[in-house]
Design a protein around this ligand. Structure first.
Ligand SMILES: [Fe+2]
Ligand SMILES: [Fe+2]
Length: 257
């Protein structure tokens, strides 16, 4: 049987959150989506609060993944232990609260979701995401495995795609907030895209007011980053997965304005 799985790129600020609330359910209905994973690390611009996590869940996400801004709002720390639907990178070292891998039930179909963080130009102190992935995939058998690889370098994401090809159902990148045009099924059957993009203001620099970003590149003091109002986009990808093989048969990018 074929299942459509939707992954949504980093939700940025209140504009991104409200746009998600407006567009996610109609999109799921239109595209017959069975399971949805949303990256929420920027719901509070830097990090997210438990209330914002609940809003993303109520908007229609089954699982929320995070990234380098996981602990931007410290009140999320306890919540990570309490709410099984929210994941932080599994390769965080040491005593970080929360979990990076979960198994979820979809009417008898078991779906493993893994959140990993890259180390190139990003989170160099984390454990090796490649070897951590090996350990996580060694565990219980599931029908599908989905991976959100939150990473800066396109090379690291592409390499992870080849490393996990045929071993996971779908693997997508997050973090850069700019979608890539390389969605496809890898040779051994894993659905892949280097970056999903973001959910938030169209006229922005990665979700931040353009004037502030320009000011910081001019060497000035941009002030506290604000997320502009105005038209928004929801960017992500839909993976068609086959429960007979656990692999992917097609990938489609989405950009909902
Ligand atoms: Fe990030
Ligand atoms: Fe982000």
């Amino acid at each position: 049987m074929l299942y459509h799985i939707l992954s949504v790129g980093d939700v940025v600020g209140e504009p991104g959150l409200s746009h998600l609330e407006k567009t996610l359910r109609p999109l799921k209905k239109l595209k017959d989506i069975a399971f949805t994973v949303v990256n929420g690390e920027n719901a509070a611009s830097i990090g997210l609060t438990p209330q914002q996590a609940e809003r993303i869940y109520d908007a229609g996400a089954d699982v929320i993944t995070l990234g380098n801004h996981t602990f931007g709002k410290m009140q999320i720390a306890d919540f990570l232990d309490d709410a099984p639907y929210i994941l932080r990178p599994a390769n965080y070292t040491g005593r970080a609260p929360g979990r990076g891998c979960g198994i979820y039930d979809l009417n008898g179909i078991r779906i493993r979701v893994v959140n990993l963080i890259g180390r190139c130009d990003l989170s160099w102190g984390s454990d090796n995401p490649f070897t951590v992935a090996d350990k996580l995939l060694d565990g219980e058998r599931t029908d599908f495995t989905l991976v959100d690889f939150h990473a800066q370098a396109t090379s690291e994401k592409l390499a992870m795609g080849y490393y996990l090809d045929g071993r996971v159902s779908a693997l997508w990148g997050t973090h850069t907030h700019v979608p890539t045009a390389d969605e496809r099924v890898y040779p051994k059957g894993t659905g892949y895209i280097t970056d999903l993009g973001m959910t938030g203001a169209v006229e922005s620099v990665l979700g931040v007011k353009p004037e502030q970003s320009v000011e910081s590149f001019l060497g000035g003091l941009p002030g506290r980053f604000q997320n502009p109002e105005g038209p928004c986009k929801l960017q992500g990808a839909i993976f068609t997965l086959d429960s007979a093989t656990g692999l992917c048969t097609g990938v489609e990018r989405v950009d909902i304005r």
